[in-house]
Write a protein that binds this ligand. Structure first.
Ligand SMILES: NC(=O)c1ccc[n+]([C@@H]2O[C@H](COP(=O)([O-])OP(=O)(O)OC[C@H]3O[C@@H](n4cnc5c(N)ncnc54)[C@H](OP(=O)(O)O)[C@@H]3O)[C@@H](O)[C@H]2O)c1
Length: 464
């Protein structure tokens, strides 16, 4: 090394002037983390300076100091500003936030977004704007906040053929289901508790009807399979119809009820759905409680991978935003936002309907008395649907049977349910919840062997 080179001063860090749309829960978290890590940025050869922020109410008191930051009520002005090199979108919504983000992208400004609703519905628009401007949108924070699932799909698993991505990805519904299970309360009471604690969106239907989970799943499935399924094309069922009796019967049958979001390859097609499911106790997803999220990936080469962590909240989400900013600042951003590797040769075609799929099912039937169970099981078996386990629960209005069936095609099950209400002893309509595992028969066999040392009928332990 020569004297001339040793005397050179280190290059000044490249400073990125950052505009931010929104300064609410997540936005204020981003400001806190920007301030906390300022010296770390510089030590790593770059700087992130928040220069402009758009909000709805310029007079609102905020938990962070915005001295020196230009505050405006016009998101589009921030997106168009020649003084903004990077745009964070933590404002939400499907209209002006999307418009502003796409304007920035088309001008060549990278965008970091936590806005799952806007991204999932308008992803094509973001990608086209990014192509026009040669800029990318990164959205780790939009899918399960700080769980680094997008990073894993984009990079670590870039050329893997994913066969399944599934998980518990809505903390509010998971909190409600956990509370119903632990306290025995009904859905309405658990929802009131979750809303009072601030665990639901201002409009709780976004959570409890599965819409939030469908938006995240749309983005996750895009990264895993390279196929975009907008939320309105995802089969989506929420948790409003889950009753105390479902909880009790599932518990007796060795399961817990979770809202499961999944996208899987089925015979070359992609099936994407959000619905409640019974998860066998001992499976990882059964143990994901309250506001935690978990995501499981399966693929022929790596078999199974699991991610677990906080799926929402100010700092987990803001931290995911910050890490995407750092990737752009360090020149790693564009790759971060591509749909993984080009997997088009293996991409499934969209559209497998749940009615065309087969699952094991949990059935809940109101009955005159538990004594009618044999007749009901015989009826189902005449229709070639084997009953694997049974349980009974009571409330003031009567008795309920819970049955778990062997694998059956959903269209066939729905037809059978219509006739089941006419079987002797059944006093009302049957309802069903899918099981998360279609190899439930194997689980039962393994359990029985471990418990009894032989393959006895599970019914002898199930209380009917
Ligand atoms: N909260 C979480 O845990 C979480 C987790 C993952 C993803 N996200 C996503 O992150 C985004 C932000 O969530 P949040 O919880 O931070 O929401 P929030 O607290 O309601 O904040 C929204 C911010 O956007 C501003 N805003 C709204 N409409 C505007 C408009 N038309 N023009 C200018 N500013 C506008 C609001 O301004 P005012 O403050 O003046 O009202 C507020 O600062 C959403 O897309 C959400 O889905 C949130």
């Amino acid at each position: 090394m020569t004297a001339a080179t040793t005397s050179l001063k280190p290059a000044a860090p490249r400073t990125w002037r950052v505009g931010m749309l929104g300064c609410g829960v997540v936005g204020q978290g981003v400001v806190k983390l920007f301030n906390k890590h300022r010296e770390d940025f510089k030590r790593n050869g770059f700087d992130l300076q928040l220069t402009q922020v758009a909000v709805r109410d310029g007079k609102k008191t905020r938990d962070v100091d915005l001295a020196g930051v230009k505050v405006t009520l016009d998101p589009l002005a921030v997106a168009k500003s020649p003084d903004v090199d990077m745009l964070i979108e933590v404002m939400g919504g499907n209209t002006s936030a999307v418009e502003a983000a796409c304007v920035a992208l088309s001008r060549g400004v990278p965008v970091i977004s936590a806005n799952k609703a806007g991204l999932a519905r308008s992803l094509t628009r973001y990608l086209e704007a990014g192509k026009a401007g040669n800029a990318s949108v990164a959205f780790e924070a939009a899918c399960a906040a700080h769980i680094p699932i997008i990073e894993a799909l984009d990079r670590s698993l870039a050329c893997e053929e994913i066969s399944l991505i599934k998980g518990v990805i809505n903390g509010s519904t998971n909190y409600i289901l956990t509370l119903m299970e632990r306290s025995g309360c009904d859905f309405a009471e658990a929802l009131a508790d979750a809303s009072a604690k601030g665990f639901t969106e201002a409009d709780p239907s976004l959570d409890v009807d599965g819409i939030d989970a469908a938006e995240k799943l749309s983005l996750l499935a895009y990264k895993a399979f390279g196929v975009h399924t907008p939320p309105d094309q995802i089969h989506t069922e929420g948790i409003r119809n889950i009753s105390r009796e479902d909880m009790e019967l599932a518990r007796q049958l060795g399961h817990r009820i979770k809202l499961i979001a999944s996208a899987r390859r089925v015979d070359g097609q992609l099936s994407v759905s959000v619905h409640p499911a019974l998860v066998h106790v001992g499976e990882l997803l059964a143990d994901v409680d309250s506001e935690f999220n978990a995501i499981i990936l399966e693929g022929p080469a790596f078999k199974e991978l699991t991610f677990l962590g906080k799926g929402a909240g100010q700092l987990p989400t803001a931290s995911a935003v910050l890490n995407d900013c750092i990737k752009f600042a360090r020149g790693m951003g564009n790759a971060a936002a591509l749909p993984g590797f080009n997997k088009s040769a293996h991409a499934p075609t969209p559209g497998a309907r749940t009615t065309a799929l087969s699952f094991c099912y949990f059935l809940r039937l109101p009955v005159i008395s538990a004594g009618v169970v044999d007749g009901i099981a015989a009826f189902l078996e005449q229709q070639n649907v084997k009953v694997l386990s049974r349980a009974v629960a009571k409330n003031q209005s009567g008795e309920f049977l819970g049955l778990i069936t062997d694998v059956v095609k959903e269209s066939r099950l729905q037809h059978l349910l219509r006739t089941l209400s006419r079987v002797d002893g059944v006093t009302g309509d049957a309802s069903f919840i899918r099981l998360d595992k279609d190899n439930y028969r194997e689980i039962v066999e393994l359990e029985q062997r471990a418990y009894f040392g032989t393959s006895l009928q599970r019914e002898s332990r199930a209380g009917v």
